[in-house]
Design a protein around this ligand. Sequence first.
Ligand SMILES: [Zn+2]
Length: 421
Amino acid sequence: MIFKNARLVGKEGRWTIVCESGKIKAIHQENDGSSHLNSENSHSVVDLEGQLVTRSFADVHMHLDKAYNSEVKPNQSGTLGEAIEIGQALKEETDVASVYEKMLRGARQALVHGTTRLRTHVDVDPIARLTGVEAGVKAREALADWVQMEIVAFPQEGITGEPGVFELLDESLRMGCDAIGGIPANDPDPRTHIEKVFDLAEKHAVPVDMHVDESDDPNDLTLLDCIDVTNERGFGGRVAAAHCCSLSAQEPQRRQSIIEQVADAGIHMITLPSTNLYLQGRDDAVNPRRGLMPVKELLASGVNVTYGSDNVRDPFNPFGNANMVEGALILAHAGHMGGREEIAQVFDMGTRRSVALLDSLGDADSLVSHVNEGDRADFLVWDAPSSQAIVVNQARPRFVVVAGNIVVEREAKVKVSEDLP
Ligand SMILES: [Zn+2]
């Protein structure tokens, strides 16, 4: 399939994108001769009429195994304590079929909003055991033609204090999980927890993707151990740390020193603005804080920072549409990122930077911001002049293209009654 008359982020002029065998075979600037189209006349041609083509979104942090659980049992207080209580109760009743359905529903919702790659954590603990992993492997296969899904084996309840969890994680990776998760602050022995996570990462040759310091308390700082072990094991580029809320609670000088250590270690950072805004700051008697990691400071120090949806309508957060455009808006508000370049940067965090994380690239800047020859032909077409306008207008993609095929198409026009004054 050929898409002509496209505009690209950061490039002047109109472009023709030639897709073949699921990849972008070529990108030609138009008016450099129409012979390209003539030579490709066996393909169907879509005239984009100057609409904007961008990379598609990669949602790097989701929990599709518990998505929509707030519809089953809402968290009335909104606190983390009640969320954990409800989560455990629901886990006991859950089965592979119901988790599978939730994953498909979540992935469909994400795809409609322009996400063609996603990474979901699935709980692996004494209650859930391998239910989420089994459902995830099935869902990943069922979704393969639409969404590239990665599964993280996530020891939500810890490792060292939970007999059998290490073996369950090992089995999860044998069953095909794509990455190993962790949550050191939720373990009585955070350092050993991290070491065990890395042991499994080395054994199965998978990247590490941990929940780190989801806390307002400056004393909760397992990030330092994550940095240490990443360096010791030579895992730069293959480690992601999500949340890191307590990094913002450090005094400025110490915070900057830790940020530089994160940059040197090559750790990717994932901020989760919707859930952080919702859950953090609840104990602050005055000026309840936002709870996000210091996104702008991290970016300024050269750290690859991305964002994700995290919880979608579950006991931890009753909101969420698996929509990265909505996530961008929340991040721009919460992270004080409203300058023109900053809004473009937010869009970049959900697209190019997220790909750098999922592909374990040591240097995110080795990727360009627009779609590129040789890439898988996954991209979005927008009736919007720029990536900033997509975020500000809360635009929805006109087309979602996966492996060169249009899989989501939206009507461009809204019909308004003639009676409207
Ligand atoms: Zn999470």
